[in-house]
Ligand binder design. Structure first.
Ligand code: SF4
Length: 376
């Protein structure tokens, strides 16, 4: 059967994608993957027949649970929350896509359409789950088609930060999209932005930079390139003179975004962050010397923090804002991580007081009262 005939044949089954802003990049990638198999995802504001797909994280999952439970159609749920808590989600959704969706979602749609009892690996239902035994090669799928998104250049992470789901969801090995494919899709944008767990680790194993690969990539791109800033942040130990020279020479961004997460070396060690506050200080100074504004992420309310750890974090934040900006996250336990099930500990009164003052001065953003209360 030709591809056009295949699309025609499959057009009888309407497949919808529930619009959820936090999942727009997943929509772009999965719209492209489904299109390759003849399914054109239609974006809707609620569940609609025949099938509606959702991608949920642990913050927004409670808002959609009832809607999915009551939906008058077949429901498929994926995303970080569903992948970590498939049993819980399979109790209210028809199917759960666990892990990467590019291969599994179109295969599941084919199976539903064919009325087959046999489900692809990587799909969970209330009857059970057989895990997928493969991981996605990024070049096998376009990063987007008609539904545009940021270009995902790398996936997977060898670090094991206790608060983060990325290595648990995508595995510990970094995979990279080829420079040719990235350049091909970058041509469709005037301003080009990327998705990566650490943009400066492009082409590497994620532990030691291979800046010669980053250089070839940046030289291959046209347009206004934003690299190492939202949404492709970096790790502090990757911020070096050579890295910033490359970004200065080829990119438009004047900011560099990286995570410090804590000002306490004890807490950094306890959550297996893999760097100390020394690397954070070096990275901030390096940005300053090269004319970049560092934008540094911190998490507060971590379960292993003592009052002294919080005051150490506050001291580092006060120092960072002399050179750049700080973005605060109140600790949120993510299912599937070592810190799942913990709750944020109470903040020392000096932290919210200082954060409020720095926010009014335009030097700090984020959320420290509740994940849903954000200061921009
Ligand atoms: S926070 Fe970043 S470096 Fe740490 S595990 Fe997650 S993606 Fe990797």
């Amino acid at each position: 059967m030709s591809r056009s005939m295949e699309v025609q044949a499959r057009s009888n089954m309407r497949v919808c994608w529930r619009r959820i802003n936090a999942a727009n990049n997943s929509l772009a990638a999965l719209h492209a993957a489904c299109k390759l198999q003849g399914y054109d995802l239609e974006v809707t504001e609620g569940p609609q027949r025949d099938v509606t797909c959702y991608s949920l994280n642990s913050v927004n999952e409670p808002s959609y649970r009832k809607e999915i439970e009551r939906a008058d159609c077949i429901t498929i749920v994926g995303g970080p929350h569903a992948s970590a808590c498939w049993r819980e989600v399979a109790a209210y959704a028809d199917y759960v896509v666990v892990g990467e969706g590019e291969r599994v979602l179109p295969a599941l749609l084919s199976s539903i359409e064919a009325g087959s009892e046999e489900l692809p690996r990587g799909v969970a239902t209330s009857r059970g789950f057989v895990p997928a035994e493969f991981c996605t090669r990024l070049d096998a799928y376009p990063p987007f088609t008609r539904m545009k998104g940021f270009i995902e250049i790398s996936r997977g992470c060898p670090h094991l930060c206790a608060f983060c789901q990325t290595p648990r969801l995508f595995g510990p090995s970094m995979r990279h999209r080829s420079i040719e494919r990235i350049a091909e899709y970058a041509k469709r944008y005037r301003d080009v932005r990327f998705v990566s767990p650490n943009a400066l680790a492009y082409g590497s194993d994620g532990r030691s930079a291979r800046l010669e690969k980053v250089e070839v990539l940046l030289k291959a791109l046209k347009g206004n390139i934003y690299f190492g800033t939202f949404p492709s942040e970096v790790r502090p130990e990757f911020v070096t003179d050579k890295a910033l020279e490359l970004i200065s020479a080829h990119c438009m961004n004047e900011k560099l975004h990286f995570g410090a997460q804590s000002g306490s070396d004890r807490v950094l060690g306890a959550m297996q962050r893999g760097h100390s506050t020394r690397e954070v200080i070096d990275a901030v100074e390096c940005c300053h010397e090269h004319g970049f504004t560092p934008v540094v992420d911190f998490i507060v309310g971590l379960p292993m923090e003592t009052e002294q750890d919080q005051l150490d974090t506050l001291r580092l934040i006060r120092w960072v804002v002399r050179f750049g900006k700080v973005h605060i996250h109140l600790f949120h336990p993510i299912p599937g991580t070592p810190l799942a099930g913990h709750i944020p500990i109470r903040l020392h009164a000096e932290l919210p007081r200082t954060f409020g003052r720095l926010a009014l001065q335009g030097r700090l953003t984020g959320s420290w009262l509740a994940p849903s209360v954000k200061v921009f």
